[in-house]
Design a protein around this ligand. Sequence first.
Ligand SMILES: *Cc1c(COP(=O)(O)O)cnc(C)c1O
Length: 367
Amino acid sequence: MISTEETIKIVPIKKSRLDDVDFENLPFGRVFSDHMFEMDYIDGQWTNMTVHPYKNLSLSPASSVLHYGQAIFEGMKAYKNSDDEIFLFRARDNANRMNSSARRLCMPEIPKELFLEALLSLVKIDSKWVPDIAGFSLYIRPFMIATDSYIGVKASETYKFLIFTCPVGAYYAEPLKVKIEQFYSRAAEGGIGRTKAAGNYAASLFPAMMAKKQGYHQLIWTDAKEHKYIEESGTMNVMFVVDNILYTPTTSGTILPGITRDSVLTIAKDWGMEVQESSIHVEELVTALKEGRVQEAFGTGTAATIARISTIGYNDKDYELPPFSENDFSIRVAERLEDIKRGKANDRFGWICKIDPDSNISINCLN
Ligand SMILES: *Cc1c(COP(=O)(O)O)cnc(C)c1O
């Protein structure tokens, strides 16, 4: 399926580390599966495609990624159900988004079939690392870095694309206390907010730390120009249910077009819920909070799927949201998504593909 003549070389690990993993006490993102995928971009071509044991990289200290930050990533998950079946969720959308980030950062695109084939080879060889516990999954981290050994400021000519995976449990346990940010910005119009560029996260750390000092878990970003409009919550897209209508900001240039966001909106519409994708004025949201009309607020993203917000801070005042109930939209949609991802609910939108570790054919994963 790969467009070049090259195929993926597989170098298996001598002894799996799986038995050493304590799945009962799994920290997020610190335990890495046996293998990783690696390939190089040299002379305008992707080459050296290899699945090999997880190991450190060796880089020149002058590697351009270390100085000027040409680095992009993706985040996705593989899910296993009680029948030992493994599924990927909307992997093609991650491939497309990776390429859209690559274009914005002057980095080479990856042919979609190659991205998916790399992903499949890795998940197959580490299929035993996909936890079958409810809420658990195999987090997949594809990323690309610039590797020219040159400290002039220009787009690198060589790159590495890598994928590693981590078995993970549930992400946010407790409901979030968030603060509407009125000074710092995550992304400005014309910038790189809509890409998964590493630098976006570096820039968010200080404001997030300040919010934590004030007793919040995270912040709600507002537009960089006037701080008048809601953008995202931490590293998630944000949604509100007000008067039974689902509101979320439009993904303009400053907002990351989340795949979970799109999935939640699609299901909401399918259920006949009214959905409003539009700009959300901070003052209007605060008025609705004061009037007790905000029924639910939550973040959406691959890591947490849905992260409920319990408190929103604005102008030194905290607004409490109503207690959760089983019937809440965010709880029902989280359950539906979980069922789709594990092949338990009808996959009406064609979002999942099944990985068969023993077969070379993974039905509809590659097209
Ligand atoms: C990755 C990410 C999201 C969520 O995207 P998903 O595709 O749903 O995981 C939202 N906002 C930011 C800033 C992100 O980096």
